[in-house]
Write a protein that binds this ligand. Structure first.
Ligand code: 4AD
Ligand code: MG
Length: 479
């Protein structure tokens, strides 16, 4: 018999029909004459109940069916009399694909900590929480492509191995095939990368932006959605060494167009989740509420669905970095030295505690900050006439802080090369990028959305390592 997914069976109405269902056992409980198996196949968060009548099926045949076992069930779909489900299956035949020894199987039906589940990332997909996150993640990937496709953007695959440092932060993973113990050396005893695979020093990319700009200066509206890598040693709940980034790049667009696009996209994605991930979001909301019970009243997060709707309601607040610094300098936590990093003066880099204060306490809605000091931003950002600031824009979200970073780009050759030289960036490596400013240059803008930061927000999870299947972080590349 052909397998039917549990997602389809749970909404089926053709009672009396013979069906086949396959999946993994979540629980088995029983009495003298009958056993009940809760079966899940990942197609939805809900299990289907299998009723095993020992008059139909030999009791001994199901002794080996424990939590974690994979089974196939032929049976009759019936309307359920019990509460909590609409349908169930009266088993006629059960086949075991794979047993799971209850003495050894780590995922027993009880509450496991997220820390423990990270250690068994190969099995955590089988929990309600990670099933839900995985389905929501898929929905968000699809929604990103749909958003851009519906607006006529073209998706560009940018390289993963690059010779340039797009963000200029020097936090890159080297890609090399040279013998690490005995590498070829130059005359001045440095590693000779001209002998390496690509004939030059190469790294894993930190951003697809520079290449996306090249495409935007021909196709007008493009976006990338790829993995990016950062060797920053930040062991926080918001940083990964390998994360996925969405980077649109738009020709003939200024920073205001850029902010409009960012706000439209975020609202679209949140709305898409609310409309398409109902069951999973309801589950994640309950999970979050349980977790928040242990926190102090004023540290508790808003209920998940309420928080998602909250983003849709208002226009994001748009203010300059300078205005933000004034608000922060005069804020209670700054004066009372409650911030870990006290804001002393203009020019300070903002930490997530400051970003969250602006969003959660001051404006009580998402905030877009613009016109940052040039010294704390990347070389490619458009320089303002004041000589001090650049046309950067960061979108700040509750719980997360910075979710998007972007800018209008410097399209004037002389200004761009001036900044590159000021910062001692090897201009030889960027000759191709600079040529776009010599031939047919136009104003253009773009931004990067950290996909896992978005996932943190949508799922209400507290640690970024729990919203990507196999997190990469310092000292952590198992699985
Ligand atoms: O602000 P960032 O560094 O900007 C860029 O890379 C630009 N090239 C984007 C562009 O203009 N095309 O990174 C963009 C976003 C951040 O706002 C954050 O959401 C996310 O990427 N991000 C990280 N997410 C997880 N782990 C990390 N280590 C991250 N670093 C940045
Ligand atoms: Mg940034």
């Amino acid at each position: 018999m052909k397998r039917t997914k549990i997602a389809d069976l749970l909404i089926a109405k053709d009672f009396g029909k013979q069906v086949n269902v396959k999946g993994w056992v979540r629980t088995k409980r029983g009495s003298k004459n009958v056993a009940f198996i809760a079966l899940n196949d990942g197609s939805v968060i809900h299990n289907i109940q299998i009723v095993v009548d020992f008059n139909e099926i030999n009791e001994n045949d199901i002794l080996k069916i424990n939590t974690g076992a994979a089974i196939s069930v032929d049976g009759e779909l019936i309307e359920s009399k019990g509460s909590g489900q609409n349908v169930e299956i009266i088993a006629k035949k059960i086949e075991i694909f794979g047993e799971a020894d209850p003495e050894k199987y780590p995922l027993q039906p009880k509450k496991h900590s997220l820390e423990f589940l990270r250690e068994i990332a190969h099995l955590r997909f089988r929990t309600n929480t990670f099933g839900a996150i995985t389905r929501v993640r898929h929905a968000m990937i699809f929604a990103v492509h749909k958003f851009f496709n519906d607006r006529g953007f073209y998706n560009i695959h940018t390289p993963i191995i690059t010779g340039s440092d797009a963000e200029g932060a020097g936090e890159m993973f080297r890609v090399s095939v040279l013998d690490p113990i005995n590498p070829p050396l130059t005359e001045d005893k440095k590693v000779d990368y001209s002998k390496d695979f690509f004939g030059k020093e190469t790294n894993l990319t930190v951003s697809g932006q520079l290449e996306a700009e090249l495409a935007a200066l021909a196709l007008s509206e493009v976006y990338t959605f790829g993995p990016t890598f950062r060797a920053e040693n930040s062991n926080t709940s918001r940083h990964l060494a390998e994360f996925w980034m969405i980077e649109p790049e738009v020709a003939f667009a200024d920073i205001n167009d850029d902010m409009d696009l960012a706000e439209d996209m975020l609202k679209y994605l949140v709305k898409y989740a609310l409309e398409n991930c109902n069951d999973d979001l309801n589950f994640l909301s309950k999970r979050l509420q349980d977790e928040e019970k242990n926190k102090k009243q004023d540290e508790r997060q808003m209920e998940l669905i309420e928080k998602l709707n909250f983003v849709l309601e208002d226009k994001f607040e748009r203010i300059s970095y300078t205005e933000a610094i004034n608000i922060l300098k005069n804020s209670k936590p700054n004066k009372k030295k409650k911030f870990q990093y006290i804001i002393e003066e203009w020019g300070a880099d903002l930490q997530s505690e400051h970003e969250r204060f602006l969003v959660e306490k001051h404006f009580k809605k998402p905030v877009i900050l613009t016109d940052y000091p040039k010294d704390i931003k990347a070389f490619y950002m458009k320089q303002n006439d004041d000589g001090k600031t650049v046309r950067a824009m960061d979108v700040l979200f509750p719980q997360i802080g910075e979710i998007i970073g972007g800018s209008q780009r410097e399209e004037i050759y002389d200004k761009l090369i001036g900044r590159i030289r000021e910062l001692n960036i090897p201009e030889k490596e960027l000759w191709w990028y600079l040529e776009t400013r010599k031939f047919g240059t136009v104003p253009h803008s773009g931004f990067g959305l950290g996909f896992e930061r978005l996932m943190l927000f949508i799922t209400g999870m507290g640690n970024i390592r729990d919203v990507i299947p196999f997190p990469r972080a310092p000292q952590n590349a198992e699985f």
